[in-house]
Design a binder for this molecule. Sequence first.
Ligand code: FUB
Length: 308
Amino acid sequence: MLASAVCALTLVPTAAHADNPIVQHVYTADPAPLVVGDRVYLYTGHDEDASTYFTMRDWRVFSSVDMVNWTDHGSPMSLATFAWADANAWAGQVVPRNGKYYWYVPVRQRSTGQMVIGVGVADSPTGPFRDAIGRPLVGTNEIDPTVLIDDDGQAYLYWGNPNLWYVRLNADMISYSGSATKIPLTTAGFGTRTGNASRPTLYEEGPWVYKRGGQYYNVFAAQCCSEFIGYSTAPGPTGPWTYRGTVMPTQGSSFTNHAGVIDFKGGSYFFYHNGALPGGGGFTRSVAVEKFAYGSDGSIPRITMTSQ
Ligand code: FUB
């Protein structure tokens, strides 16, 4: 319990609140934290209403220097940013490079009706973001991009549901070399699912890939539905992956969950979403955060929600 909720649409720090969720004046989902200097930026999706499917048309940005007081920076990117997209402003991630900030997002392409990955770009972490290339970067009719820039400078874009794909991004971050490649979804790599013969592993969606202590992590939404958060580790950016277990068990009224993990000012933080706000549920979610400590072997402990 460490988040101070943002209760008013404001560009100044808000009064402290004791509990999760972090944002309490609007429904948010799919957290993607990014540390820039002494500030953490939190990029989220925006659930508009409790209809029978996701109503998501823009993304939101919040920031904090202390993980207690959060500033609302509004909505610097929306479906309107991408003239070729018409729906589904879903789970993305922002990555800095070349003095710019690249926001990788899944959206529906109007001409094909398929989910593809678009890229926004801005000179500041709070935007405004513009369409970086005027068309989708890559598309397999799948969702949920995450980006790792390895120590040698090679960037990898991962995404997918039901598959898990990766492609090597070029240094410009808006093009790639080679072709999209499927990461083998083995039960050793991603655990064993129950009750769905066509999807034998736990991997569902929402990968969050990062490197820490020489080890590569993929923290992802597992099983369906309801989802829990599991994780795998690997000695390299493309595997081989080993399933390491549950991070956050299924809790609360949201049938999805979505992870984002950072180290910030000496602590480790696990962001997720649930249906904790009044009126909350599967299509009216809220982003929350828990502080945690890695095991001495780099393992991630089991983390439970302080609100649901
Ligand atoms: O928010 C829409 C979709 O729900 C995301 O893309 C998935 O990760 C799940 O959270």
